[in-house]
Design a protein around this ligand. Structure first.
Ligand code: BGC
Length: 721
């Protein structure tokens, strides 16, 4: 039996020398333990085995029978107290490992968490995932994903946080800190530029290295510095000509040497192409059986024995791993604790509430008026549940799915399935509106939907789009004829509310004709309740868009989906010509107006900003007052942007604060910018530079809605990291 598994059942007896070790710092302990290991033990740590390989009936025989079907297993070294690793997917809660009883708390998707702009709450989510992982004996959790959203059709965007390095970095830090507080190792993923799914194994992401540091890598750096994830995972794609998991520039020179990452770097599953990736900075080969060879098993050992790999490098790989084991404390897991499912559900609910974004609300059609007697609820499987995203982040809630609908089967990519979490929005609305008559129609036939809508006081249309890992959406449209359905209802009825369960922005050709639009994302197991509460006004919406919603794909830096025009397996280059000007930064640079800007989100109350003071010098600091001037309690997310730097336009989110206020109440908010957001990265020097000059900042409701601005002088500054 492995160390990690039996340590839950049997208290670990520690020798006096082991007890002494506890007090030592993780680096010293890692060095001392590694020095006692023999080469067989060292190499046994350098690759993980997938417990159940896709398409194979039998389990991997090298994995102990009691280990559930997690993504990866690494044996321990019992004589040295090194625990086995059980690596489980956990971006949005614990991934289902196949057993009927291994349900877990299904959190709202990453974009919904991003939309909360509430790192403290996301940290609570990290803690709950950590607790559930701990209870199952999993000690390495593969999440969260913080790739920046660059591609508006990206199949995994729902799993990530945002298009902004600061927001994604802070949320990644919060998720990591929460998990690691529970003594499980968090794995931030995927460095870097895994921005789309189509042909991702053969896609070379080409980017200016300085722009890369100012965008995607800055998100990882912020998260890493704040919460020291035990490990990070490389991406599938190539970056500037080298596979991400074998790129010396990316892994060794940037993440380890320049950014100072202390943990270990693992590959993604099926992302290693040679043993020499170990020489370029990769420390562990994940799911080794998936690749053409178990590179870090036999071939790396042979290369080492042939003198092609220095012993010091193998020792370093092991030391990095052990350092994280000790720093997070997975060698001494806490006593087993029963999971408090109710408390975890409450966190999932709060996240869903804070992550819903009210995009539009004309004539205050929402919250639903108490006098609305007859309400038509149409489409989107609203009678069944709320949609979830597909792929390795899929969580099965305790008790199972409300419905699973196989959608398509791709000969190379496998099947995709639409999975719904119960309860249904229809049931939750009925609970909150016991006096009203709610009539439902699936929307399958427009004529039936129109008949149901006729005579209703208000029409709520739910629209869904299935999205997930391994496939991008071909365009920005809603599938299943839902645009035509909404259009027809909007023509026929003056009070139409649209609720979108999507993992990306969609085109909204009907957006002028409907009265309200709620972006509900994939809202997790408590999503239906949160939707019903927001629609009825039991909860005041407070989510803000963590990504820009373009009018159409032509407005984005990549109107054509990269890789869609070639055979799967054809090497392609994608030039991320927008560089660090991702999302709202791109819109600002191009002078374009999105349909809804980054940071946008409405409330049932109003907020005003006053007494805005700015100070400069080394960085920008601001203070201001937020007042709830409306009639009900609510939460606001004031945002601070850089708009001009030393005379040139440059848009950067510098800070934000989520703040809850009673009607009439005020609060003073202070924000200080991370100087890197005011600087440019210079590849030649490897330093950040702030140019002396006048900097303009704006206090804003969204990237497109500045409220007030001010200018301030900054001194010239150059700094590392
Ligand atoms: C995904 C990773 C995931 C891994 C293990 C890969 O396909 O890209 O995010 O952690 O599988 O399931």
């Amino acid at each position: 039996m492995s160390g990690a598994l039996d340590s839950h059942a049997v208290p670990v007896l520690l020798s006096p020398s082991a007890l002494q070790h506890r007090a030592a710092d993780p680096d010293t302990r890692a060095r001392e333990t590694e020095a006692q290991m023999d080469d067989d033990e060292r190499f046994s740590l350098l690759y993980s085995l997938m417990v159940r390989v896709f398409g194979k009936a039998e389990r991997e025989p090298r994995v102990p029978a009691e280990v559930p079907a997690v993504a990866g297993y690494v044996p321990g070294v019992q004589r040295l107290g090194i625990p086995a690793l059980l690596l489980a997917d956990a971006s949005l809660g614990l991934r289902h490992t196949g057993g009927p009883d291994d349900g877990a708390t299904a959190l709202p998707c990453g974009l919904a968490m991003g939309a909360t702009f509430h790192p403290q709450l996301v940290q609570q989510a990290g803690k709950l995932v950590g607790k559930e992982g701990q209870a199952r004996g999993f000690n390495v959790l593969l999440g969260g994903g913080i790739n920046l959203v660059r591609e508006v059709r990206g199949g995994r965007n729902f799993e990530y946080i945002s298009e902004d390095p600061l927001l994604s970095g802070l949320m990644g830090a919060a998720m990591t800190a929460g998990m690691q507080q529970e003594q499980v190792i968090a794995v931030l993923k995927h460095v870097s530029l895994n921005a789309s799914e189509t042909n991702k194994f053969f896609l070379d992401a080409v980017i200016d290295p300085a722009a890369h540091r100012e965008s995607d890598l800055l998100a990882f750096q912020i998260a890493m510095e704040r919460s020291e994830p035990g490990a990070m995972m490389g991406a599938y794609n190539l970056v500037n000509g080298a596979y991400a998991c074998g790129s010396r520039v990316l892994l060794q020179e940037t993440i380890k040497d320049a950014m100072g990452f202390k943990g270990w770097l693992m590959s993604d599953w099926l992302a290693v192409y040679h043993w020499d990736f170990a020489l370029h900075g990769l420390d562990q080969h994940s799911g080794a059986q998936l690749d053409a060879q178990e590179w870090f098993n036999g071939p790396l050992r042979q290369a080492y024995e042939a003198g092609l790999v220095p012993k010091a490098r193998i020792s370093e790989m092991v030391r990095r791993m052990l350092r994280s084991y000790y720093a997070v404390g997975i060698d001494q897991p806490p006593p087993a604790e029963a999971v408090d499912w109710q408390a975890h559900h409450a966190t999932a609910l709060q996240l869903a509430r804070e992550g819903l974004v009210l995009l539009k609300n004309e004539n205050a059609v929402l919250p639903l008026a108490a006098k609305a007697q007859r309400i038509a609820v149409i489409g989107g499987w609203a009678q069944t549940g709320v949609l979830s995203g597909d792929g390795s982040s899929q969580v099965m809630p305790v008790g199972g799915y409300a419905a699973s609908l196989p959608l398509r089967s791709h000969p190379l990519l496998g099947p995709t399935t639409m999975r719904f979490f119960g309860p249904s929005p229809l049931a939750e609305l009925r609970k909150l509106l016991p006096e009203a008559e709610l009539v439902f129609d699936s929307g399958a036939q427009v004529a039936d939907a129109l008949a149901v809508a006729k005579g209703a006081d208000v029409v709520i249309v739910f629209a869904v789009r299935h999205e997930g890992e391994r496939f991008d959406s071909p365009d920005m449209a809603l599938p299943f004829g839902q645009d035509a359905l909404i259009e027809a209802l909007a023509q026929a009825h003056p009070h139409v509310v649209v609720v979108l369960e999507t993992g990306n922005p969609v085109v909204m050709p009907w957006h002028d004709k409907v009265q309200a639009i709620v972006q509900a994302w994939f809202p997790g197991q408590a999503g239906a309740q949160a939707i019903a509460e927001v629609l009825t006004g039991a909860v005041n919406p407070s989510g803000r868009l963590p990504i820009s919603f373009p009018v159409n794909v032509e407005q984005t830096p990549h109107p054509a989906l990269p890789g869609a025009d070639v055979e799967l397996g054809t090497p392609i280059k994608v030039h991320y010509h927008e560089g660090a000007e991702v999302g709202y930064r791109w819109f600002a640079q191009q002078g374009r107006q999105p349909l809804f800007g980054f940071g946008h989100g409405l409330s049932y109350t109003d907020f005003s900003y006053s007494d805005f003071h700015v100070s400069g010098g080394e960085t920008v600091s601001v203070v201001f007052t937020v007042t709830n001037t409306g009639a009900c309690e609510g939460s606001d997310v004031p945002q601070l942007y850089l708009t001009d730097a030393a005379g040139a336009p440059r848009m950067r989110l510098l800070g934000f604060e989520r703040i809850s206020l009673q009607s009439g109440a005020s609060a003073r908010v202070s924000l200080t910018a991370d100087p890197r957001l005011l600087a440019r990265f210079h590849s030649e020097s490897g330093h950040w530079h702030i140019e002396a000059g006048i900097y303009r900042v704006a206090l804003a409701r969204s990237a497109c809605a500045p409220e007030c601005s001010a200018e301030i002088a900054l001194r010239a500054r150059e700094f590392g990291h």
